[in-house]
Design a protein around this ligand. Structure first.
Ligand code: UD1
Length: 422
């Protein structure tokens, strides 16, 4: 059965009040789940978000547990094709079992999402890549190092990729010798993973910098020994709640978060005139005295403005006075939401596949919407909250992929949002 959200808009009034706690980060949890392949014993998890993508990753892992003797470990095609993060499993699986078979990974439709950086990295570590039908088969070298082993390598990424950094880092943990990843991603989820792996026997340096150095164990598996991986708070959820509170909040406190992970957003919020108070692990947004002012945005790898907050930010800008541009530097085709916001009353010009111009403020009105992707879906919830009248957002499952029981949590702030089976 499919479900959708029904949201009674506040017609621009700022009425939401209370506190909302941030859940564990999807993009951290998925990678830590993939990393469990490197372990000899069970990895306990804390603060794991109860979301669809986590369940899918657990299913993929369960399917890997008993690799077939003939084919070696294979990532289930139907799941991997829907989950971009599935590709991260290829690194530790190849490192442990000497081979891995997987389909081209799926996920949200965000323009081109190639996998060349992964394949080149595996090759640099001595593996061979074969394409059979629509599957990739990667095998470690069978030379003097022993069958199926990876060897450390110096890998320079021509462009920064979060999942390629994670995948090759995990592969390198069990390799022979040292691997150096240059122009690596610096996202805090990677730092959290490194910290945990190092506690369990890995030797990884350079977290939060563009150069990550891994001294491989030569095949010795990691051991959790009862230590739990504690999922860090989701910074995209944090940022989305900040934007929602700035547009529709009287006074809202976002708890259980890491404010410094959303600095790029908070700087722009303050510049736009939002009243932001920051504590150790909370952010309070209060209704400000002034009209919000437009601010232009350019997405960037961490610590820059996250592309995953780009759609919620566009909704924010429809309510600001003036003109602003959003320059999307990471993905093509990430403005699929623009047409729907225009239908709701926004003034948005798509200038090219990477740039839009938003003029505001424009009141938004109710519409029947369909979630375009996971992050876009939350942007639609925010737009529906700001709008006048009752909107519906189909494809609730796309929002459920990344946000845990979102309707129950927003109801507590005073929003009338319901889930309806259709
Ligand atoms: C991850 C996040 C996603 C976020 C994105 C950017 C996960 C599961 N997803 O996605 O939420 O939007 O980072 O912060 O963590 N690229 C190549 N070749 C490759 C791999 C990537 O050219 O082999 C390009 C992509 O097309 C894109 C850019 O690199 O233009 C960044 O992509 P990447 O960081 O890999 O994004 P994901 O890891 O897919």
């Amino acid at each position: 059965m499919k479900s959708r959200f029904v949201v009674e808009g506040l017609a621009g009034h700022k009425k939401l009040r209370g506190t909302i706690a941030v859940k564990g980060a999807k993009n951290a949890a998925l990678k830590a789940l993939a990393a469990t392949v490197l372990f000899e014993d069970t990895v306990p998890f804390e603060n794991l978000p109860d979301i669809e993508d986590v369940k899918r990753m657990q299913e993929l892992l369960a399917g890997l547990l008993a690799p077939s003797e003939v084919e070696g470990p294979v990532l289930k095609k139907d799941i991997a094709e829907r989950l971009r993060a599935s590709i991260v499993l290829t690194g530790p699986t190849l490192a442990r079992y000497g081979t891995v078979t997987f389909p081209f990974p799926g996920g949200c439709v965000l323009g081109e999402r190639p996998i060349d950086l992964f394949l080149e990295g595996f090759r640099a570590m001595g593996a061979t890549v074969k394409e059979q039908d629509d599957l990739f088969v990667i095998s470690g070298s069978s030379t003097s190092l022993g069958a199926g082993k990876l060897r450390g390598a110096k890998i320079f990424f021509p462009s920064v990729s979060v999942t390629a950094t994670e995948t090759l880092m995990l592969a390198a943990v069990l390799a022979d010798g040292q691997t150096m990843l240059q122009n690596a991603a610096m996202e805090p989820e990677i730092g959290a993973l490194i910290e945990y792996l190092n506690l369990c026997g890995a030797d990884i340096a350079g977290a939060g910098t563009p150069t990550i150095t891994i001294n491989g164990t030569g095949g010795t598996l990691l051991r959790a020994q009862g230590r739990a991986y504690i999922t860090p708070p989701d910074r995209i959820e944090t940022g989305s709640f900040v934007i929602l509170a700035a547009l529709a909040g009287d006074e809202v406190t976002i708890t259980d978060c890491e404010p410094r992970h959303v600095d790029a957003l908070l700087v722009l919020m303050r510049r736009a005139g939002v009243t932001v108070e920051v504590g150790n692990n909370f952010i309070t947004i209060k209704q400000g005295p002034t009209l919000l002012k437009s601010v232009s945005v350019r997405t960037h790898e961490y610590p820059g403005f996250p592309t995953d907050l780009q759609a919620p930010m566009a909704v924010f800008l429809t309510q600001c006075q003036g003109e602003a541009t959003i320059l999307e530097t990471i993905f093509d085709g990430r403005f699929r939401y623009a047409d729907d916001l225009v239908r709701m009353g926004a003034t948005i010009t798509v200038m090219n596949p990477h740039k839009i111009l938003i003029k505001g403020p424009t009141p938004l009105t109710r519409k029947e919407l369909e979630s375009p992707d996971l992050r876009g879906g939350l942007a639609y919830l925010i737009a529906a909250t700001v709008a006048e009248g009752t909107s519906t957002i189909d494809n609730a499952y796309l929002i459920d992929r990344g946000y845990e029981h979102i309707e129950e949590r927003l109801q507590k702030l005073g929003l009338n949002i319901q889930r309806e089976e259709v």
